[in-house]
Design a protein around this ligand. Sequence first.
Ligand code: FAD
Ligand code: SF4
Length: 569
Amino acid sequence: MVMDCDAVIVGTGPAGATVAEVLTTAGWSVVMLEKGRNHLLSLDAPFEPLGEVSNDELKLLFRHFLGPDPWLEPRTFRHDETEGDRIHVGDVNNLPSTIGGGGIHADGKLPRFREIDFRIASELAPVDGAELVDWPLDYDELEPYYAEAERVVGVAGDADANPFAAWRSGPYPMPPGPDMFCAALTSDAATQLGYHPYRAPTGVNSVEYDGRPACNNCGFCGYFGCPIDAKGDPVAPLRHALRTGRCDIRPESYATEVLLDSSGRKARGVRYLDADGNAHEVSARHVVLGAGAFETPRLLQRSGVGNADVVGRFLMYHFQTFAMGIFPFRLHAHRGRSVTHLMDDPILPDPAADTAAREAGLPWMRGGIVEHGGASHPITEAIHLSPGEDHTRLMLGSPMRDRMAVFTMQGEDLPQATNRVDLDPHVTDAWGLPAGRVTYSPHRHEIECARHWAPRLEAVMREAGATHTFWATSPALPEHAARRRITNPSPISRHVMGTARMGNDARTSVCDRWQRLHDVDNVLVADSSVFPTGAGYGPTLTIVALAIRAARALADLEPLRSQRQARVP
Ligand SMILES: Cc1cc2nc3c(=O)[nH]c(=O)nc-3n(C[C@H](O)[C@H](O)[C@H](O)COP(=O)(O)OP(=O)(O)OC[C@H]3O[C@@H](n4cnc5c(N)ncnc54)[C@H](O)[C@@H]3O)c2cc1C
Ligand code: SF4
């Protein structure tokens, strides 16, 4: 039978774009379906940027320019089943729905995971209520793909800066960009107190790279697209794929179903709706899902494909702890990239954290990277400052935008089977498809970890010169939630993982170690749905590294060899 293409890829974010580049370079023909609009690249040669994103807070943050509009594509949320079908309808962890996906919004801190993150179940004691598992591959096997991911995305960093980093086979492709004043200040204070901050590896050009210019540190990075193409967003892989002449990108094409053949064990393509709501089918030898860890399980569930006992379960975010410091002088934290420094200390065992864990009845405690950042933007500040006579005076003083530093700890979220994405029984989107529903409550580990680390991070702020400090978490701790009215109870983290976990046992996982569905092996899941555990690091570099590995295996390309002996189970 003649197929429309070798592979149909759902989603054009970092996962889908990476697979498209690998497959088209290997000579495959690819059709990419993306439900959002195209604001990134002209789809005609020479595939120039469209210049449609800009440093416009209203357009990007309030008017859903990059989508999705939660009124048209609502999601629903509840903490657990006792709350009924849902307690919230609207935005639940929305990442942009557009060509480039969340890669456009992300400000691109791109650290690697550490060795232990791939074998947490064998290295650490079990934790009641969490289903910890090892990954079906280890760091040594993934290392050459991490190096390739850093090359493809374009990562700027200093290989010797982080004393706790995993081994690496070479330097970063670019040196680090300039430090933000605010982050340099808090980093010095952290060093004084014995922590180990370092210049963050970022997917932002510090010099001209891959035909794209160096970043001009405009300050509108996180939540904005890059107007000059300096970010390591999916523009580069998509442009490379388009240039092969074998990539057909279809924006405003909403994949509604993975289609199986009569055997039920082989996919034959994908059905989708175009911008006018007309249904089409793309037939393909292989189906690749890169719709993100929220939409991929939703699509699998709609299609009745994948291990139904596990698809959607083990949803993980990062449990975010924010420590804020208000300074008596201006920090200019709105200048530069959003974050230029990180520190890993809360991820590592330390006597105080061990004691706190014991006292809380936990065998251990692992937080996450701490991002040294700050700054909101003027309209966000205007909305959050108290209205009334003092508003103008406060805006001039700018306590939030210009005098506030923020630490964000991306705490590791332990996998629990009860945390899941499924189909809401009643709420539908504008196309009549069941909305995705999240059921999620953090594990006690995350909560205790936040309580332990937040005061320590506040102490760093005071050491740096902050006169007022406070902290909060997302999701809110019970003691904080009781004090304020929460309009959206879902976690604000945009690091979504785990909903089609990979593993060697087909009964307890959805995908195998090559990210193919156990029961339909010509369907490959390319995004962070496959993560068995979430670690305390941003997921995107690991998504890209895994996607390169899985796509190369799919196309029968020679594996990239580790410089150490990999332990293949
Ligand atoms: C402000 C912000 C800052 C961030 N910063 C960082 C960071 O510093 N470091 C880090 O590691 N991560 C960061 N992230 C997270 C990062 O953006 C995600 O990890 C990454 O985008 C996930 O890539 P993905 O390809 O798996 O999914 P996505 O980027 O979500 O892409 C999925 C794409 O699939 C499309 N799609 C979904 N369903 C369908 C369907 N049915 N049919 C057709 N198309 C569909 C979506 O529209 C979307 O375009 C940040 C995110 C945000 C919002
Ligand atoms: S800070 Fe740099 S990478 Fe980020 S949007 Fe501005 S120019 Fe682009």
